[in-house]
Write a protein that binds this ligand. Structure first.
Ligand code: C5P
Length: 226
């Protein structure tokens, strides 16, 4: 059995990708499979944590021993995160959250009209859940972890994002051909607000998950003295 270094801890994990509806049959979405978030949930359970998984549109079976809440949109995910994070020891935002949503929802299916150009789609900003959760920690010592997918200047952009979001740890993925979306494998660097830098070589999402928990478990015990 794995080390029980998350025993007695409540861990909240978001996974998957939000869908922002345009009309009853269409949405704006992204390619997140939810596999990384689900791997985090399974490995946290193995290390003794009580896990709440906030799942956005992941076509994956509910992991055993996990409290799963299914959500659709970024606004629904925000409500679920705020509710679940109250009193939680750790919040990990592994979900791909849409930055924007359609300004209006058409209650009837949008139709093409002969001889007319299509209507433009206007977007409005979604709330930044990670920044909000990081700014108002619901308990002292609560550890907040974010994810970032970058294509270039991975470390420099990662550091900037870590500071902008205000979280304790940022898992930076380099987006590539076989990596990240829908894949069973991942490669990342964990950037800590304390200046730490932990590279995780290309490998199973479970291994990346366990490395994240190694770092988080240390941060959580350091927070016990707060
Ligand atoms: O800003 P960017 O989307 O690159 O940041 C990614 C991180 O922020 C992820 O942890 C994601 O879950 C979180 N995020 C969020 N709310 C948003 C956008 C991203 O919590 N609206």
């Amino acid at each position: 059995a794995a080390v029980q270094d998350l025993a007695g801890r409540h861990v909240v994990i978001s996974a998957g990708g939000t869908r922002e509806p345009l009309d009853p049959v269409r949405f704006l979405g992204n390619r997140s499979s939810g596999k990384q978030g689900y791997a985090l949930a399974r490995t946290a359970v193995a290390r003794g944590a009580r896990v709440t998984l906030l799942s956005a549109n992941a076509a994956l079976p509910d992991p055993a021993g996990v409290d799963v809440v299914h959500v659709g949109t970024a606004v629904e995910l925000r409500e679920a995160v705020i509710r679940a994070a109250t009193g939680a020891d750790v919040v990990v935002m592994a979900a791909a959250v849409a930055d924007f949503r359609p300004e209006t929802y058409a209650t009837g299916k949008i139709k093409k009209k002969d001889g007319h150009e299509p209507e433009p789609i206007f977007l409005v900003r979604n709330p930044d859940i990670l920044a909000e959760i990081s700014a108002d920690r619901s308990r002292p010592g609560q550890v907040v972890v974010g994810f970032a997918a970058e294509t270039d200047d991975v470390l420099a952009n990662g550091r900037k994002k870590l500071a902008r979001k205000g979280c304790d740890l940022l898992v930076v993925n380099e987006v590539g051909e076989r990596k990240t979306f829908g894949s069973e494998e991942n490669e990342a660097v964990l950037l800590g607000a304390d200046g730490s830098e932990t590279p995780v070589p290309y490998g199973p999402k479970e291994v990346l998950s366990d490395t994240i928990w190694d770092v988080v478990a240390r941060l959580v015990s350091a927070g016990d003295t707060l």
